[in-house]
Write a protein that binds this ligand. Structure first.
Ligand SMILES: [Zn+2]
Length: 199
C-alpha cells in the first residue's frame, strides 16, 4: 500500500460519502506486520466537508477585494484543483473561481478532460462556468448558494437539464447554502455601506 489514501465511495441514506482510509503511521519495518490490524483509520468526507474547503478559498477572494466565491476540484476523494474569484486582480473576466479550479486541476493531472472529477463551488455557476464544466467532462457539480441573477444551473437557466447538450453532470444544489449565501450578502452589504460613506 502507498502512503496515499484509498477511496471507498459509498452512498449512505442518500448522502454522498467518501471514506479515506489512511495507512498506518509505522516505520517500514513494522508496517508489513501491523498494516492490516491498523487499517481502520477512516475519515469520512461528505459534500459539506469539501464545501467548507471551498468556503476557505472564498475568504481569500474576499480578502483580495473580490466577490467571495471559492471552488475545489476533487478526484477520488483528493483535492486536485483550487480556485477563488479573481477577475479584478487578474484583469480577466473569465477568472471565476470555477474556471481557476478547473485550470488548476487540468494542470495537475496533465489532462484537459476531468473525467470522474467533482467540482465544489460556493455559488451557483454562471453560463461560462457551466459550459466549462461540460467541456471538462466533470462528473458531478455541487454548489452552495443559488444565484438568481446569473445562475445557469437552475436559477436563471438550467443548462444541465437540457437534453440537446451532449454532457450532463450530476448537479447537487444547496450544500452549506446558508453559509455560502451569508458570506456573499455580508460582502455586498459591507460594500454598499462603504460606497454610501464615500458619496
Ligand atoms: Zn462563472
Amino acid at each position: 500500500m502507498s502512503d496515499g489514501c484509498i477511496l471507498v465511495k459509498n452512498r449512505v441514506k442518500g448522502k454522498h460519502l467518501r471514506a479515506l482510509v489512511k495507512p498506518p503511521q509505522l516505520c517500514y519495518g513494522c508496517r508489513p506486520f501491523f498494516q492490516v490490524a491498523f487499517l481502520t483509520k477512516i475519515i469520512v468526507m461528505t459534500d459539506a466537508d469539501y464545501m467548507r474547503l471551498a468556503l476557505e478559498l472564498a475568504k481569500q477572494a474576499q480578502a483580495a477585494g473580490e466577490v467571495p466565491v471559492g471552488a475545489v476540484v476533487v478526484k477520488d476523494g483528493e483535492i486536485i484543483g483550487r480556485g477563488y474569484n479573481a477577475p479584478i486582480s487578474r484583469n480577466d473576466p473569465s477568472a471565476h473561481a470555477e474556471m481557476l479550479a478547473l485550470r488548476d486541476a487540468a494542470q495537475q493531472t496533465g489532462n484537459y478532460r476531468l473525467t470522474g472529477c467533482e467540482l465544489f463551488v460556493t455559488l451557483e455557476p454562471c453560463l461560462m462556468c457551466a459550459g466549462a464544466v461540460m467541456h471538462a467532462r466533470v462528473a458531478r457539480l455541487v454548489y452552495g448558494a443559488s444565484d438568481p441573477k446569473t445562475g445557469a444551473c437552475g436559477s436563471v437557466l438550467d443548462v444541465f437539464a437540457g437534453t440537446r447538450l451532449n454532457h450532463h453532470a450530476e448537479v447537487v444544489a444547496g450544500v452549506l447554502g446558508g453559509e455560502c449565501g451569508a458570506m456573499l450578502s455580508n460582502f455586498f452589504a459591507l460594500r454598499r455601506l462603504q460606497q454610501q460613506k464615500q458619496s
